[in-house]
Design a protein around this ligand. Structure first.
Ligand code: MN
Length: 231
């Protein structure tokens, strides 16, 4: 096959303890999946159906070692959101909740970095969130841990510090929509594909970072990531 242009790069993530890398296809993100975060965003945390937005594969930053992200343009309110990341290994559509975890290849610690000012302007006008959420290098993600090695996570502390100061602290058992429910729900709307990533939402405590800040996110059982914001 002759291509008119050089093919765009494949984006991949490290796999803990292995040489092989995980190829990233699409990145789905769950909105408002912890009640206390829904409340801090001025929203009702009642259990409405989950909703999703997406980031491009090029949003992913390999943070298996200390990483950095540039402070993005067109914002003065750049926020951290620490999240449990789910990697899909086997695709499918209309996946039953009881079988959903069979489609999960692994888990990682990730950050859904957000231009909060742009997101809220869009939200309040009923416009898409893309400019607030879906930009390059907005999803630093640590090494993936294979489900076949560590099993599936039901309870695990999730936390983020900035320059050593606590910002976010919760437990993934507080997810309003569980990993299995998110997988099943998404697969009703579109077939999930191998390589898809699901960022499962952030707990309360989101806040701004500025150039020079060092974020350290951790989920018990998945280790920690360190990401510095550069100017
Ligand atoms: Mn998020």
């Amino acid at each position: 096959m002759k291509l008119a242009l050089e093919a765009p790069p494949l984006h991949t993530l490290a796999v803990a303890g292995r040489e092989e890398r995980f190829p990233v296809n699409r990145v789905f993100c769950v909105g408002r999946n912890y009640a206390a975060h829904a409340r801090e965003m001025g929203q009702d945390p009642d259990r409405e159906p989950p909703f999703f937005f997406m980031k491009p594969a090029g949003a992913v930053v390999d943070a298996c070692a200390p990483a950095s992200v540039p402070y993005p343009p067109k914002t003065t309110n750049y926020h951290h959101e620490i999240e449990l990341v789910v990697a899909i290994g086997r695709g499918g559509r209309d996946i039953p909740i009881a079988q959903a975890l069979d489609h999960v290849w692994g888990y990682a610690v990730g950050l859904d970095m957000t231009r909060r000012d742009l997101q809220l302007q869009a939200r309040d006008k009923g416009r898409p969130w893309e400019f607030g959420k879906s930009f390059s290098l907005s999803a630093p993600i640590g090494a993936l841990h294979r489900a076949e090695d560590i099993g599936h996570l039901a309870n695990a502390a999730i936390s983020l510090t900035v320059n050593g100061q606590p910002r976010q602290s919760s437990d993934i058992h507080k997810l309003i929509w569980s990993v299995a429910e998110c997988v099943a729900y998404l697969s009703e709307y579109d077939a999930l594909e191998p390589g898809d990533i699901i960022m499962t939402g952030t707990p309360e405590g989101v806040n701004a970072v500025v150039a020079g800040d060092l974020m350290r996110g951790e989920i018990a059982g998945l280790g920690a990531i360190e990401v510095r914001v550069t100017g």
